[in-house]
Design a protein around this ligand. Structure first.
Ligand code: NDP
Length: 435
């Protein structure tokens, strides 16, 4: 706390990991001597820079940009860019720290990083978004590269923003190289990347349910968010015979007791990606659906819950509501959506609980496969990548079980993910000596 004053999200993320790691390394002298946990929790570097751009009224706007390169022990830094007014150093440090464990869990050679800006894309014109992205990349380009650091998308950064940033990188460097992932299919993107995080979170859920001889078919699901992760999680739940009841955005949530099927999900994707509208429009368009302003969906009775919007969107009270209403499993599409107190409620109730660093790792895993395809100058087909994603999520699940099995039939997926993710990075760092 003294070293990171005011950085509450970062301290929360480290605290969650530290307890599990302390237990694991208790009798392992080599990790203590080398101060490995302390070193992983201190980013390699935090790059902070000014981003100037001109709005449509020719007013100069000034924003802050960051890239937090947390750890590159097992591969080039890798992690998304977030454009949201709430972005600050604490949030990016927590995300870069989590990313280090998540990337390790995928089994692919990727280190952990995160970046972004406090730029608010809402209400901005296409031209303004383009100018901002170009300005952001004009500084960022000198810190990244296909063997150094490979950013991707996150909240507020989708295909459109990646396109503008990739174009600017190429213009400045005169090099076509796989420096960003989440690219369009026309210029080096990977099949399955847009779907990967949401689908992956559902595959992880499927694997957890299998432990109890249960399946998604016939179950009701409550999902938060209405962006990339949420809509693809909803799509996969619907494909597997589940019934999605809710979606949300910063304004509130919609509840559709008839279920949000593929046609409705396509409508939401168009609303969010093309019309850039609000989720409240859903209730005006589909009869029987209701909009709940300023609320989160966690008091809606369901079998499955998938928080897919943002950090700390599910607190202790929300977790209690879910458990009291009989939730069977929670799979996190977002990063750290549940507060520490909320996680404790899930643990105490012994429900199936898949933390984001494991459950949402499908996105970065397919990003890793996008890097491989770019390096080889090939593109694999949708089916092959779909199979690889399914296998990767199964492997991640098994690693969590290996280190999280409590021996009494309960699997602590948080502990499993923390230890499995930590071990690989820590062993690599030990091999390097004190650097
Ligand atoms: P998007 O920008 O596509 O969507 C984010 C959604 O969450 C939007 O519906 C947004 O609402 C809502 N949201 C954002 N902030 C808040 C808030 N403070 N309160 C309530 N709702 C909010 O982002 P993604 O879907 O890509 O990301 C969602 C989560 O998944 C994030 O935690 C991200 O870090 C994580 N993640 C994403 C990956 C990816 O591949 N994209 C990979 C792994 C994790 P609104 O429309 O009002 O802004």
């Amino acid at each position: 706390r003294k070293r990171n004053p005011g950085q509450t999200e970062f301290i929360q993320a480290v605290q969650e990991v530290a307890q599990d790691i302390f237990d694991f390394i208790e009798d392992k002298e080599e990790y203590h001597e080398a101060q490995i946990l302390r070193r992983i929790a201190e980013p390699d570097r935090v790059i902070s820079f000014r981003v100037c751009w001109e709005d449509d009224n020719h007013c100069v706007r000034v924003q802050r940009g960051w890239r937090v390169q947390n750890n590159n022990a097992i591969g080039p830094y890798k992690g998304g860019l977030r454009f949201h007014e709430s972005v600050n150093e604490s949030i990016l440090k927590f995300l870069a720290f989590e990313q280090t464990f998540k990337n390790s869990l995928t089994g692919l050679p990727m280190g952990g990083a995160k970046g972004g800006s406090n730029f608010n894309p809402k209400g901005k014109s296409e031209a303004e978004i383009m100018r901002f992205c170009q300005s952001f990349m004009t500084e960022l380009y000198r810190h990244i590269g296909p063997d150094t650091d490979v950013p991707a998308g996150d909240i507020g950064v989708g295909g459109r923003e990646i396109g503008y940033m990739f174009g600017q990188y190429k213009r400045i460097t005169n090099r076509w190289e796989g420096v960003l992932t989440g690219k369009g299919l026309e210029y080096g993107g990977s099949q399955m990347r847009p779907e990967a995080t949401g689908y992956g979170a559902v595959y992880f859920l499927q694997n957890m349910l299998k432990q109890k001889d249960e399946a998604i078919e016939g179950k009701t699901a409550v999902i938060s968010g209405a962006g990339n992760v949420a809509t693809h999680a909803a799509e996969k739940i619907a494909q597997l015979g589940g019934k999605v009841l809710t979606l949300s955005d910063t304004d509130g949530f919609i509840h559709d007791p008839d279920g949000i099927d593929q046609e409705k999900i396509d409508w939401v994707k168009h609303l969010k990606n093309v019309r850039r509208g609000r989720i409240s429009d859903y209730a005006d368009h589909f009869t029987n659906a209701t909009f709940h302003a300023g609320k989160r969906p966690w008091d809606v009775t369901c079998d499955l819950a998938l928080p897919c919007a943002t950090q700390n969107e599910l607190d202790e009270e929300n977790a209690r509501e879910l458990v009291d209403n009989g939730v069977m499993a929670v799979s996190e599409g977002a990063n750290m959506p549940t507060t520490l107190e909320g996680v404790k409620v899930f643990h105490d109730a012994k429900i199936l609980y898949g933390p984001g660093k494991a459950a949402n790792a499908g996105g970065v895993a397919v990003s890793g496969l996008e890097m491989s395809q770019n390096a080889e100058r090939v593109s694999w087909n949708h089916e092959r990548l779909g199979d690889m994603l399914t296998d990767l999520m199964g492997d991640i699940h098994d690693k969590c079980v290996k280190y999280g099995d409590q021996g009494d039939g309960y699997i602590d997926y948080v502990k499993g993910a923390n230890i499995a993710g930590f071990k690989k990075v820590a062993d690599a760092m030990l091999a390097f000596g004190v650097v």
